[in-house]
Design a binder for this molecule. Structure first.
Ligand code: ZN
Ligand code: ZN
Length: 605
């Protein structure tokens, strides 16, 4: 009479009514279904007790396995209790070991998972293709490359069935990606006979993890060109951040389209990443538009927009949005204040910046970090209050770092205060003796002051230390592909066309009254070579390339790795008039929008 139809709805019911006759007559399969119906630890413990009483625990391995799996892997699981059940087992088999390994990884105890595997091997229980994905995930969590590689070695020993299991391979790619061994991740990926969305996602995440943005975007485009796969949301966020770093607006736009088509509404994280992408790719308008349309905004979305406004030099607007955030009752944090103070310093809003800083301390009781002090040194220094900036560095309660001294040095260079600049440089070189651009900043300052001897000394010091400035480089996106240009580099395929274009541009520039500012070349070479070196600065190469390959009237967007030299700045202003193009350049600190012969930074950068 003990068919499935008489099984009570919840396991508790059987036990409460103590239908001993019924429960002892239940078959193995029926017990398993009772176990699976458990909805809490309390229920499970009672079923466990019953099974023990009836002697089924050791008699039926199915009962024990299912009890373990339900206890270890359900939402309301208890790892302590699962461990107890596991210890009661006489000879746990691979299913039970796999359950425990998976559960430990899920419970964020990756070390325990690896110890279990060691026990498993010692007990001579054969691992299988269900063992390795969880185990590799544990290694990925721990960034344990040597262990991960050992496990990979063992997988290879188990033969094709395990080696070619798609879950095992995806887990290997993920593990190598997280451990920063992207080359090995690619090896596994390349050898895969069948790939899934997860294989592509793991590889993309691996590149994102290492900040290898161009590869991140390339792999994503390859995945899409296959047309088969739909990327997961998390991957799209990684790829969005690649676009943000590269200034790849067209690719970012197409991901936005992808998201709108494939997702049912975008969550606040995705929306904020989209805004970040638009503003940092130079499309402030679009970012603001998205921000306006958000039904729910949080602190992060406000900070992203304030930073965006700061980068584009809209200080007053940034302060207005900050006010709006406070009106909405959102509490600002340290990150918000970095954005706000940056906005003030980029727009020369000195008084407002000082007021915000005071407000941060008194009203919001946020303890300033070195980043906040950095903003304040920038704020004071840019406005020419060099002594005040120096005073601030000397009186702050934390140890000043290289960033603060670099800000001061940069402000001293801009305002040509050589004496204080030397002090800043001395402190800076003590903290960071190996940064060539810092030495160049000082030597540049000497050059401007025509103190050639000191300049030569700095150059000699650099040479003695073996310091070489990394060449300036720029990226520009054309037809959804990102191209990189390095100063003086002639190695890329479109080289010839670019140099022809540069020549043509030079001719027109001369006609319009531009002459190269050779004082920007800090090298002991003759005037002609200086001119040539200036002419091959990466930004000019990138502009020439973009003018050839994009349609008339469309804007050109460039991302730089180092600060723009003033000759490139002047040159780009002229080009924006001659070719009637808007040119947007992002450097490490801010945006320059060149249009009709002038720049949004008002030559203040
Ligand atoms: Zn330049
Ligand atoms: Zn500018």
């Amino acid at each position: 009479m003990a068919g499935t139809s008489v099984l009570p709805q919840t396991p508790l019911l059987i036990l409460k009514e103590d239908h001993k006759e019924l429960s002892s007559s239940l078959k193995e399969q029926e017990w398993i279904s009772v176990i699976k119906k458990c909805k809490s630890m309390k229920e499970l413990k009672q079923v466990h007790g019953h099974i023990l009483k009836l002697g089924l625990f050791s008699a039926s391995s199915f009962c024990a396995s299912n009890l373990l799996a339900t206890c270890a892997l359900s939402e309301w699981c208890s790892m302590d209790y699962a461990c107890k059940i596991f210890q009661e087992m006489d000879d746990p088999d691979s299913f039970e070991f796999n359950t425990m390994i998976r559960a430990q990884v899920k419970d964020m105890n990756p070390e325990e998972a690896i110890f279990l595997y060691i026990d498993m091997v010692e007990d001579e229980v054969m691992p299988d293709n269900f063992t390795f994905p969880a185990l590799l995930k544990a290694c990925a969590h721990l960034r344990a490359l040597p262990e991960g590689m050992q496990i990979h070695g063992q997988i290879l020993k188990f033969g094709v069935e395990v080696e070619e299991d798609v879950f095992v391979q995806n887990s290997l790619i993920n593990m190598y990606g997280k451990c920063g061994e992207i080359r090995r991740a690619c090896e596994v990926f390349d050898k895969m006979p069948h790939r899934t969305v997860a294989s592509w996602s793991a590889l993309i995440a691996g590149y994102a993890n290492l900040g290898m943005w161009p590869d991140c975007l390339r792999v994503f485009n390859e995945m899409n060109s296959g047309g088969v796969f739909r990327a997961e949301e998390s991957v799209l966020v990684s790829v969005l951040s690649a676009c943000t770093h590269l200034g790849a607006l067209d690719s970012g736009r197409s991901i936005h389209g992808h998201l709108v088509r494939n997702m049912n509404g975008l969550n606040i994280i995705v929306q904020t990443s989209l805004i970040d992408m638009y503003v940092k790719c130079g499309c402030l308008e679009k970012g603001l538009c998205l921000f306006q349309s958000m039904t729910k905004k949080n602190r992060m979305s406000y900070s992203v927009v304030i930073t965006g406004l700061a980068l584009h030099g809209h200080g007053h607007e940034a302060l207005r949005v900050f006010g709006q955030m406070l009106d909405e009752g959102l509490e600002p944090d340290g990150v918000t204040y970095v954005s706000v103070l940056t906005a003030c310093s980029h727009s020369g809003l000195t008084k407002e910046g000082i007021r915000c800083f005071e407000r941060m301390l008194s009203e919001h009781e946020i303890k300033p970090t070195v980043q906040h002090y950095g903003c304040m040194v920038d704020l004071l220094g840019n406005a020419g209050f060099l002594d005040e900036a120096f005073e601030l560095i000397n009186t702050i309660p934390i140890e000043p770092n290289d960033v603060l001294w670099r800000s001061l040095l940069s402000a001293c260079r801009a305002h040509q205060n050589v004496e204080l600049g030397e002090v800043a440089a001395k402190n800076l070189f003590e903290l960071k003796p190996q940064n060539p651009s810092d030495y160049l900043m000082l030597s540049n300052m000497y050059a401007k002051a025509q103190r050639w001897q000191e300049m030569a000394m700095i150059r000699t010091e650099m040479a003695n230390k073996g310091l070489k400035q990394e060449p300036g480089s720029c990226t520009v996106e054309v037809n959804r592909k990102v191209y990189k240009f390095v100063s003086q580099d002639m190695s890329y395929p479109q080289c010839e066309g670019v140099y022809e274009m540069l020549h043509q541009m030079e001719w027109q520039l001369k006609f319009e009254g531009y002459s190269p500012d050779t004082s920007q070349v800090l090298m002991d070479v003759d005037e002609e070579e200086k001119r040539q070196r200036l002419g091959n600065h990466s930004q000019k190469l990138a502009i020439a390339f973009a003018l050839i390959h994009t349609s008339q009237g469309s804007s050109v967007r460039i991302v730089r790795n180092v600060r723009m030299c003033s000759d490139c700045h002047t040159y780009t202003k002229f080009i924006s008039t001659i070719y009637e193009r808007e040119i947007v350049v992002r450097d490490r600190n801010r945006f320059h929008h060149f249009k009709d012969g002038s720049c949004s930074c008002r030559d203040y950068w």
